[in-house]
Design a protein around this ligand. Sequence first.
Ligand code: FNR
Length: 368
Amino acid sequence: SRMPSLAACYNLLDFEAVARQVMKKTAWAYYSSGADDEITLRENHAAFHKIWFRPRILVDVENIDMSTTMLGTKCSIPFYMTATALGKLGHPEGEVVLTKAAHQHDVVQMIPTLASCSFDEIVDAKQGDQVQWLQLYVNKDREITRKIVEHAEKRGCKGLFITVDAPQLGRREKDMRSKFSDPGSNVQSGGSDIDRSQGAARAISSFIDPALSWKDIPWFKSITKMPIVLKGVQCVEDVLRAVEAGCDGVVLSNHGGRQLETARSGIEVLAEVMPALRERGWEKRIEVYVDGGVRRATDIIKALCLGATGIGIGRPFLYAMSAYGLDGVDRAMQLLKDEMEMNMRLIGAARVEDLNPSLIDTRGLLGG
Ligand code: FNR
């Protein structure tokens, strides 16, 4: 079938449809898969459709300002590129393509531990005062982890996102079936006993420490000055515990539906978490991020209305990169920005600070 032109992609889901057609089967399987029956994967996106807007009229929305602050740095827009492993499965240049697109749009990039490019290649591709964060999988050998963290801080990373939802990798059966073979990756697996029949994900993740616990948080605080964010928090109890542990942020996330099957969507957890933080007067003590299933600016705006500081987007940028390279990711980001500007106008909010819970109706999400 013929490749549709880039100009024919009008939204983020269009890139997914093209990527599905043109990507290598193994790569598509790795990027698109979720755990088990993919119920959480589907729910991540569907949950946004249970929230409806309550827009305000006759607000001056001539000038829309989408800028915000995340972990102390000014950003042009409240979404960021979340960490997704193995960029070279989709594009021969891998993650540096995403770095360049992020620079063009002043979007923060979270660098994955399991990137195909080396960490230094991705940092070297950074331009100007572009902001990057590090996503960390914690190694059983803490000296390896210490070196990774110290190096990231030295190279200018502005946030440490510790992934806490993957003590064992979920079963992504689509990925397992496609029998991983990856020519492009230079990922350090930490061993030669890789069982490739387990799929791409499991083949590269055996070093991750399942014994990681709350007791380790003070150690992380002792080895870095970077803000510490727990990525993969899924209930209010753990958010409160993260505040008490002195974490700077949490990402409410189920790892894009790739880990615990029938985990709740991040947006639903956000609706539980923010009122509990406000009740305690703790909403300024921790930044709350969310990811999973965000495909439209309306999804981003709903999360901001609930009180999120920033919104992570994963697969859409991988698909845009795989199908069209840098031009694809550039267009995906531009489409999202254009949608964002228009929808902030239509909802009657000129600035990110103007977005608040009274602008949405969450009864469908929380009551049904
Ligand atoms: C991920 N994600 C992820 N998370 C993480 O902490 N470390 C990782 O190495 C990866 N790798 C990864 C690979 C691929 C192909 C995907 C799709 C996802 C999870 C990611 O950071 C994020 O939580 C989800 O991708 C968000 O959902 P959407 O935007 O993909 O729906």
